[in-house]
Design a binder for this molecule. Structure first.
Ligand SMILES: Cc1cc2nc3c(=O)[nH]c(=O)nc-3n(C[C@H](O)[C@H](O)[C@H](O)COP(=O)(O)OP(=O)(O)OC[C@H]3O[C@@H](n4cnc5c(N)ncnc54)[C@H](O)[C@@H]3O)c2cc1C
Length: 430
């Protein structure tokens, strides 16, 4: 392969570029990124970045994911501020548009790393309404948050909404979070843990309104948001609205490419699409039926996908249990594994009513996921075990764990209902 084009110049794209060079690819490496910035880290954008009065200690240069020396070593051709608009898989070209010129780049292999873009509310754009995905978004939001004492309404109680609300509360701003579901974070944490975590906003002076959607944003004819009208008729005064209602995988440019697109680029567990020498990684990739929106997946998947790209077929799979963290209201939440709807949740250390705790999700006697609130060290130990004990491997009694294809199954060989013995796994110090 003479040329590989990485589309998306962020976390997954950078890791793909690194992996290509680490695997010995010495051909032409092209990186195309819609943003004008070099790869930077997004997690601080909803956390420390927002709480600092501009200009703060955390600025773009501090968020950079690679320094000049590494960039030189990558020897890549960067096309920043340039959007890919089409992929021709038969002709092996990527069409790009930098706002002035549309060009076609010939390529032998493609890494799709275009991530995801925030969902927005219907209706005309209004001043004072923000989303939070990019550095530019965060910069605009931070400037607005530090201008007086705006009344903030956060629409959506997911991780971005929760972290943004937490940052606003830390700034002493009046904040209301509106969540359409009966509880926030149920899809991510499961109902039991979501119920426990739902206490956090109130403890920090944030009003949480659940079970109602948003009917409209009101501007009183000014072009600037003035209030949020809820589906149940209530009207919330607002000077600033943060819309955190999830993201859409950035696949628009792939329409007509022949790739299967279904909530992301459909690929196997190795990131390989149905088209030879086209792989997908990070938030845009739906690997073996699962699309994650976690930093760690975006950083880890490229090593596997790039091996497969260079091999021209799937020779490796990424099977590490998903992991994410979220910092909100002074608490670090961490979850590894694949919690499922029928799981039982068991607290194995600490007390949710009194600070940090560690919990495991269990199904059919097997641990499917590990969760911690402010228990990073024991969490990491359990997470490592979740990752290193492969699916279906026998426990100490020789009894196999649950079948590898079971929904939500991340296996814990030391506990098997079939073996009849009680879980030995959740001993954090073990
Ligand atoms: C504010 C914020 C806080 C977060 N906090 C956490 C956290 O605490 N813990 C955690 O686990 N995860 C967190 N995440 C998630 C994590 O940052 C993402 O999972 C990760 O950034 C995904 O990386 P990616 O490279 O796949 O996609 P992205 O980071 O979205 O990058 C995709 C890049 O591709 C570009 N692009 C899109 N379309 C095109 C195109 N057609 N042509 C060229 N370029 C294109 C985009 O502009 C973007 O630069 C957070 C995300 C955000 C936004």
């Amino acid at each position: 392969m003479r040329t590989v084009t990485v589309v998306g110049a962020s976390l997954a794209g950078l890791h793909a570029a690194r992996a290509l060079r680490a695997e010995g690819f010495d051909g032409r490496l092209v990186i195309v990124g819609a943003e004008r910035h070099r790869p930077y880290d997004r997690p601080p954008l909803s956390k420390s970045f927002l709480t600092q009065r501009p200009p703060g200690d955390v600025e773009l240069a501090d968020l950079r994911l690679c320094d000049r020396e590494e960039e030189d070593a990558l020897a890549a051709e960067w096309h920043l501020g340039t959007r890919a608009t089409a992929l021709d898989t038969a002709g092996r070209t990527v069409t790009v548009d930098d706002g002035r010129t549309v060009r076609t780049l010939r390529t032998d292999g493609v890494v799709i790393a275009t991530g995801a873009a925030p969902r927005t509310l219907p209706g005309p754009p209004l001043a004072g309404v923000h989303v939070l995905r990019t550095y530019d978004d965060a910069h605009a939001l931070r400037t607005a948050l530090h201008d007086g004492t705006p009344r903030v309404v956060v629409i959506g109680g997911g991780f971005i909404g929760a972290e943004a609300a937490s940052s606003c509360a830390a700034l002493g701003l009046p904040v209301t979070v509106v969540e359409a579901a009966p509880l926030p974070l149920v899809p991510q944490l499961g109902p039991d843990l979501a119920r426990i975590c739902a206490d956090l906003p109130a403890r920090h002076g944030v009003r949480l309104l659940c079970g109602t959607g948003v009917a409209a944003l009101r501007d009183g004819g000014t072009g600037r948001v003035r209030a949020v009208e809820l589906a149940d008729g209530r009207l919330l005064d607002a000077d600033l609205v943060i819309v955190g209602i999830g993201v859409r995988p950035a696949t628009g440019w792939l329409t007509g490419s022949g790739l299967r697109l279904d909530d992301g680029v459909v690929c196997d567990a190795g990131g390989v699409t149905a088209v030879p020498r086209v792989v997908a990684v990070g938030d845009v990739a739906r690997c073996a039926g699962v699309r994650t929106e976690h930093w760690t997946s975006a950083a880890e998947q490229p090593a596997t996908a790039v091996r497969n790209l260079l091999a021209g077929r799937t020779v490796a799979r990424h099977e590490t249990p998903p992991y994410f963290w979220s910092d909100q209201y002074g608490v670090r939440l961490q979850l590894a594994g694949r919690p499922g709807p029928g799981d039982a949740v068991r607290i194995v250390e600490g007390d949710p009513g009194d600070g940090g705790f560690l919990a495991v999700h269990e199904r059919d006697g097997c641990t499917t996921a590990v969760f911690a609130a402010d228990r990073p060290r024991p969490f990491m130990r359990l997470r490592r075990r979740l990752a290193t004990d492969p699916p279906g491997s026998p426990g100490p009694s020789g009894t196999p764990a649950a079948p590898a294809g079971a929904p939500g199954a991340a296996f814990w060989p030391y506990c098997s209902a079939a073996s009849g013995h009680r879980c030995a796994a959740p001993t954090p110090g073990a």
